[in-house]
Design a protein around this ligand. Structure first.
Ligand code: ADP
Ligand code: MG
Length: 240
């Protein structure tokens, strides 16, 4: 469905990604795994089109042309949770775009938002101010916004962070189901075990692509060592 070829991204003198080549297919649930600073978020942001300054190519197959069909959930800490809106409003942003340049929602939009809130288990909280939610509830609201968009490509940056174990399982099942419906799902995570259990493709990354393929192909002690050993970046990886 899409891929990057020989992608190199730099921030000033800092090389965040070097010569990365990887593909993501429709119907496939992929996990991008690596230590802090490995370039995981940079890879996702490049796929979304947020980083125009790169060398190499981002390629969408015909029929899946770029932004229109992408649903993107950034890392949680980049969002402003003090913004005075409700759970329903945030999920509706999946239909209408960013707050501020609101287009008037129609009945179809409301139906999709309602369905998404039910799927992620936060429909009963729909009138709640987003500032009054727990970390797990916030993550569910972001996922509801993503589902409401009904994109062909779902990109999620560490959606499991700050979420309890039971919620993690239900979120993984939900993303698995989205892939089974034919969407391409790409998730950044620190959790190798979970990725191994739920995903079709693991992409190990540490500034370069260390390995990409099925869990059976990729999950080897050598690859794990190459990905998480501190020698690459000069610092150790964060919590699993
Ligand atoms: P990850 O998501 O794997 O933790 P990132 O893609 O966020 O890694 O970052 C990769 C590298 O690029 C890191 O060294 C980080 O400090 C650097 N970096 C990321 N974003 C910026 C930015 N906006 N400006 C400068 N450096 C950045
Ligand atoms: Mg990141």
């Amino acid at each position: 469905m899409l891929g990057v070829e020989h992608l190199t991204v730099t921030y000033g003198p800092q090389v965040a990604l070097e010569d990365a080549t990887v593909r993501f297919e429709a119907g496939q649930f992929s996990a991008i795994i690596g230590p802090n600073g490995a370039g995981k978020s940079t890879l996702l942001r490049t796929l979304v089109g947020l980083l125009p300054d790169h060398a190499g190519a981002v390629q969408f197959d015909p029929g899946h042309t770029a932004q229109g069909c992408i649903s993107y959930v950034p890392q949680q800490q980049t969002l402003d949770w003090a913004f005075p809106v409700t759970v329903w409003d945030v999920a509706m942003m999946g239909r209408t775009g960013r707050l501020g340049w609101l287009r008037w929602p129609g009945r179809k939009d409301r139906e999709l938002v309602q369905a998404a809130l039910r799927e992620t288990g936060v429909y009963d909280l729909r009138h709640r101010h987003i500032g009054a939610l727990s970390g797990g509830q916030r993550q569910r609201v972001l996922l509801a916004r993503m589902l409401a968009r009904r994109g062909h490509l779902l990109l999620l940056d560490e959606p499991l962070t700050g979420v309890d174990a039971a919620t993690q399982e239900s979120l993984m099942a939900l993303l698995r189901a989205e892939a089974n419906r034919g969407r391409a799902v790409v998730m950044v995570t620190h959790d190798l075990e979970q990725a191994r259990r739920w995903c079709d493709q693991l992409v190990l990354i540490n500034r370069r692509i260390i390995a990409a393929g099925t869990p059976e192909q990729v999950y080897t002690p050598q690859n794990i060592e190459a990905t998480f050993s501190s020698s690459h970046l000069g610092h150790t990886h964060a919590e699993a």
